[in-house]
Write a new protein. Structure first.
Ligand code: 13P
Length: 393
């Protein structure tokens, strides 16, 4: 149940003037630290996976743990792709379990950015998944010194924000109003007036990137002017690194596990501080009440095959697995054969969708239509097909 629709979650934060942390995670220590702080504070939380970190961990391998942590939580959780570079990457993240995606085409021209984002919104809507987009440009790289990645801040203008949201249909808007990703020297100069005007013009949850290094007062002003999601990473990474340094000084026998001791605790402390500061503490129950639970669908087909021998049947099935598993919103494709020869239906497809919206978008997807019409239906006339909605406790 606690994996919830991020759109409902952020609507609650936006309307009640607090912000939910989207904490980037790079391994299980981060996941554990973030979740334990959110559970302790009874706060909604966003588990965020930034594409810029994908060369430091195996995204496909980490995602099952992230999904498991969200599903077993008692607090509302959403799983988000941060800074997705392209449509393929966003679809891959949806199929691995993200239920919110950001496409970051902010380095391109506003026209290109708008077109790329619009195309993703259409796909994501077919999966019931909300999208974050960013007009304007927030420089820097999360986890690194801002000076190593010089780049001019391109402030989001009000007109640009209005046109971008109208044309793309994004659910949340990341705005550039003076923050920078990563460790920054000096205090960033934030344009609250611009944020206020964008907020008044749009009335949708706004997102602040580059949370590290902002003062308590800056956070309060951002939230008062529509920021409902704050992205945060570098300070967590620094807390973890400091703990390793401490471990290396205090542990006489520097074993691997002793070097990693208390890292989740160090991360958790910083997450807890943010949750309190941004006003998300104790919001869990209210948020759960107004959020739809995230419900998956099992698309079940049982069938018999006529006109193909066993080898040809396996080839047809293997082609289907390959094609169908790449369709947006498909979490898993299971195929199998009855264990008893005498059973009425000898074969099955179990295709797990991330959301009920996928029932229609999957059926109409060209890859599905081509496979079903050319390879499957002609040989599987005798079949039953049913969609089952996940029963939430
Ligand atoms: P910081 O690393 O500056 O906290 O920024 C994180 C971020 O914006 C991720 O999208």
């Amino acid at each position: 149940m606690p994996l919830v629709n991020m759109k409902h979650m952020l609507k609650h934060a936006y309307e009640n003037k607090y912000a939910i942390g989207a904490f980037d995670l790079v391994n299980l220590d981060f996941l554990t630290g973030i979740m334990s702080a959110a559970e302790k504070e009874k706060a909604p939380v966003i588990l965020s996976l930034a594409e810029s970190h994908f060369d430091t961990f195996d995204f496909e391998l980490l995602m099952p743990a992230v999904v498991a942590a969200a599903k077993r939580a008692s607090i509302p959780v959403a799983i988000h792709l941060d800074h997705g570079s392209c449509q393929e990457s966003a679809v891959r993240s949806i199929n691995l379990g993200c239920n919110g995606v950001m496409i970051d085409a902010s380095e391109k021209t506003i026209e290109e950015n708008t077109n790329i984002t619009r195309a993703l919104v259409e796909i994501a809507q077919g999966c019931g998944i909300p999208v974050e987009g960013e007009p304007g440009y927030v420089p820097g790289v999360e986890g690194e010194d801002a000076e190593r990645h010089p780049g001019d801040i391109r402030y989001t203008t009000v007109d640009e924000a209005i046109r971008y949201v109208e044309k793309t249909g994004v659910d949340f808007l990341a705005v550039s109003i003076g923050t920078v990703h990563g460790r920054m020297q000096g205090k960033p100069d934030l344009n609250y007036q611009r944020l206020k005007e964008i907020n008044e013009a749009l009335g949708i949850p706004l997102v602040i990137h580059g949370g590290t290094g902002l003062s308590d007062d800056q956070f309060q002003q951002l939230i008062a002017n529509g920021a409902a999601k704050i992205n945060y990473y570098t300070a967590l990474s620094d807390a973890a690194a400091k703990q390793i340094e401490h471990n290396s000084i205090t542990n006489r026998y520097s074993s691997y596990t002793s070097m990693l001791k208390n890292i989740p605790v160090a991360i958790s402390k910083e997450v807890e501080r943010c949750i309190k500061l941004w006003g998300a503490s104790g919001r869990s129950e209210e948020v759960l009440e107004c959020c739809s639970p995230w419900r998956e669908v099992e698309h079940v087909i049982i069938y018999n095959v006529k006109g193909l021998d066993k080898k040809e049947t396996r080839e047809m099935v293997s082609e289907g697995r390959k094609v169908l598993s790449t369709i947006p919103g498909v979490l898993e494709v299971f195929t199998g054969e009855a264990m008893k020869k005498g059973d009425e239906y000898q074969y099955t497809w179990l295709v797990r969708f991330c959301h009920p919206a996928v029932i229609d978008s999957y059926r109409e997807h060209p890859a599905h239509v081509a496979f079903a019409d050319n390879l499957f239906r002609p040989v599987a006339g005798n079949r039953i097909s049913i969609d089952y909605l996940d029963w939430k406790k």
